[in-house]
Design a protein around this ligand. Structure first.
Ligand code: GCW
Length: 710
């Protein structure tokens, strides 16, 4: 081919490429925009919406209203594929405002209803063809705006909207375990989003996108630093930086909180003690709180990890958890701040059961915490395992405000390599019946029926371009926020919404992806810790199987402590014949969990030490059943990889292939889990692998060596 011809062909090719990009809706996407992509909607709803939404009016002036205006201009233009004028006149097709700021909304006389929805609530109604988004506050109007976008992105009709919304929980908070050096404890998506060395002078525009994303799902708080806290964050130098972040978050309704190191009065205050009853310590914290509120008038408050995993706390001074929490609570109370006091406390005693430790440590203080203290309790009694029964402190401290701490980041669930939709796990937890006040006292109800309510999620975000390391895991951030807003939301709804907002509108593809999402949690439990097993992880980093591990200095950091496999069987006896920590549950729950006949098999080895030969519901023996679960988990990953293959071309190539690569890793790891665990447990069970379970490719020694140098 001559040079000229080649050039022509190239040019032609380029034109074709541009044409291709213009006609296909599956443009490359790096995932940065999350569920706020605002890509043009499918033709079937485009025309309807274009008819309906000709102009938008935002009636209000404040930084939050500016944010609403920006969101509507960009969002409507993107979704409708044409510019939509955003002004402030009364004759628009969509109107956003408050009774105080909008003459039209004032005329509707909704004041009383809007007030009863509370400050974050909003109403969306179609009034004579106009979509009205109204609230009693700017932030409520912002939340309503994002709801409106959700309607468009899920292609809902706008003709007859009748929506009143209010969040069910007050404090909907992300916890960042971010260190001041930029690293993130248990973070798998890059570094911290807060660039401390550049702040407060330079503010990363990404902080605004973080705030938008959170506001869009109703999150209203952010703890900026690790609960394994560095007291430096409380120095004037850092507080200026924190204030700069708070300024970015404020228009989006997000308050900033800090993890306070209990020994800060000594670390940075030069006091000889941090005893919470010492007047100089009390005065130090009070002055510190005053200093913070001067810089950040809407500062949320403190979170404290005390006397846990080496952190200092009131017990260091022979004071109680209540003494410590209440002292800090008194410091922030004049400013309407609150204290999240963590219940993750498990000082080891010889022969004790770690699963009972938090209850034993905290229950004695029921009714002793100040009004602005919230006790933050992990969903399960041990530590964010792939599956745990609910923590007995839910429903166990009726005179204390208890809030759940969920882990969005996947410390024990394959980091950001494994695709697990966590909403299913959170649903199971929130729906668990505590029987605290008779049947139907679900965790969700217990948590909701308190004076102050909330929920915390340990974030899975980081500096990776797609925020969460794995595109699919954005769904967990999304689901956390939506569940914090309404803890009754079904996982199916969350999965469907997220998929339509984030990945595709193709109905067949949506159905496939939603199915995969809903199956994913059970599958991961199957290939990691089926039937109530827990903590089989390699020590330290918690990635990969090491059920044989027994060299940690504390017994309760060793997997062998948890599974107790022997020649007879496997599992931790937490009934009367064992540690009896099952007695921490209310009698109806206790009776079910302690009775081997009635205990759900998914929790069986959590509560019982069971014979390898026990007949399971399926008719198989326990050993065969265990092997079957491991195999089943692997089978799921393989089927999911195959199913994913069918989505090629439906989802943009960039995200499609990134997810494909992650699924490949997930399959590798699932096989590793199955083989390592079964080979190891087989040394006790001394039974052959049942038919249908693949033979491991390597010897047990190889898996042990692999874990060592991983
Ligand atoms: O799960 C464990 C983690 C620690 C964490 C601790 C906690 C922040 O391994 O990294 O520390 O829980 O929740 O305090």
């Amino acid at each position: 081919m001559s040079h000229k011809k080649a050039h022509k062909a190239q040019k032609y090719g380029f034109v074709l490429f541009v044409l291709f990009c213009a006609i296909t809706s599956v443009k490359a996407d790096d995932g940065y925009r999350l569920w706020l992509r605002y890509e043009r909607l499918p033709a079937r709803s485009l025309n309807l919406y274009r008819e309906r939404i000709r102009t938008v009016s935002v009636q209000g002036t404040s930084p939050t209203f500016d944010a609403i205006r920006r969101e509507l201009s960009v969002g409507c233009a993107g979704l409708l594929g044409m510019p939509i004028p955003v002004g402030d006149r009364d004759d628009a097709s969509v109107i956003v405002g408050l009774p105080q700021t909008s003459p039209l909304i004032r005329k509707l006389r909704w004041e009383a209803e809007l007030k009863s929805l509370g400050p974050d609530g909003y109403r969306i109604r179609t009034v004579r063809g106009v979509v009205v988004i109204a609230s009693s506050t700017d932030i409520g109007a912002l939340y309503g705006t994002f709801h409106f976008f959700r309607l468009l992105q899920t292609e809902q009709p706008l003709d007859n909207l009748q929506l009143d919304q209010a969040p069910r929980l007050n404090f909907r908070v992300l916890n960042h375990w971010d260190n001041l050096d930029g690293s993130i404890e248990r973070g798998y998506a890059g570094n911290s989003l807060w660039n401390w060395s550049e702040l407060p002078e330079r503010i990363d525009p990404r902080l605004t996108d973080y705030a938008r994303a959170n506001a869009s799902i109703g999150i209203n708080g952010s703890v900026l630093n690790n609960v394994n806290a560095n007291a430096q964050i409380l120095t004037p130098e850092y507080l200026d930086k924190v204030a700069a972040i708070a300024n970015v978050f404020r228009p989006y309704g997000i308050r900033v909180y800090l993890a306070a190191r209990f020994s800060a009065p000594m670390d940075i205050g030069k006091l000889p003690t941090a005893d919470p009853l010492d007047p100089s310590v009390v005065a130090w914290w009070k002055a510190k709180a005053d200093e913070i509120y001067k810089l950040i008038p809407d500062f949320g408050g403190f979170i404290v990890k005390a006397n846990s995993e080496g952190q200092p706390g009131p017990r260091t001074y022979n004071r109680t958890h209540a003494d410590g929490a209440n002292m800090l609570a008194a410091a922030v109370a004049p400013h309407h701040g609150i204290v999240f006091w963590r219940a993750f406390v498990y000082d080891m005693k010889p022969g004790y059961d770690r699963a009972g430790a938090a209850y034993e440590n905290l229950k004695p203080f029921d009714g002793k915490f100040a009004r602005n203290v919230l006790l933050q309790v992990k969903n399960g009694p041990i530590d964010f395992q792939p599956r745990e029964p609910f923590h007995p402190l839910f429903g166990g401290m009726p005179q204390t405000q208890v809030i759940p701490e969920l882990q969005i980041t996947q410390e024990y669930l394959g980091f950001s390599n494994h695709f697990v939709f966590l909403a299913s796990m959170w649903r199971e937890f929130l729906d668990s019946d505590t029987y605290a006040a008779g049947r139907g006292s679900t965790v969700a109800k217990v948590v909701e029926h308190q004076r102050l309510t909330g929920i915390a999620g340990v974030a899975n975000t980081g500096s990776d371009r797609n925020w969460t390391g794995h595109h699919m895991l954005q769904a967990n951030w999304y689901a956390f926020g939506r569940l914090a807003w309404d803890p009754d939301t079904p996982s199916q709804q969350l999965a469907t919404e997220w998929t339509k907002l984030t990945l595709t509108h193709d109905p067949k593809a949506v159905a496939t992806i939603v199915r995969m999402m809903l199956e994913s949690h059970e599958a991961v439990v199957n290939y990691m810790t089926p039937l109530g097993l827990h903590h089989l992880f390699w020590g330290g980093h918690h990635y990969g199987p090491a059920p044989w591990w027994d060299t940690e200095k504390r017994d309760d950091w060793n997997p062998v402590y948890y599974h107790k496999a022997d020649a007879f069987g496997i599992g931790f006896d937490r009934t009367r014949t064992g540690s009896n920590t099952v007695s921490q549950y209310h009698p109806p729950v206790r009776r079910v969990f302690s009775d081997l006949q009635r205990c759900p098999e998914k929790f069986m080895l959590w509560f019982h030490h069971v014979s390898w030969d026990r007949k399971m519901k399926s008719g198989r023996t326990l050993w065969d059943e265990l092997a079957w679960h491991y195999q089943h988990g692997v089978d799921w990953v393989r089927a999911t990889r195959a199913g994913w293959g069918e989505l090629k071309g439906v989802i943009d190539e960039e995200r499609y292939s990134a997810i494909e690569r992650k699924l490949e890793i997930q399959e590798r790891d699932a096989v590793w889990w199955r083989d390592a665990c079964l080979l190891y447990f087989q040394t006790f069970a001394k039974r052959p692998l049942p038919a249908g379970v693949e033979k491991p490719a390597h010897a047990l020694a190889d898996y042990k060596a692999k874990a060592l140098d991983w």
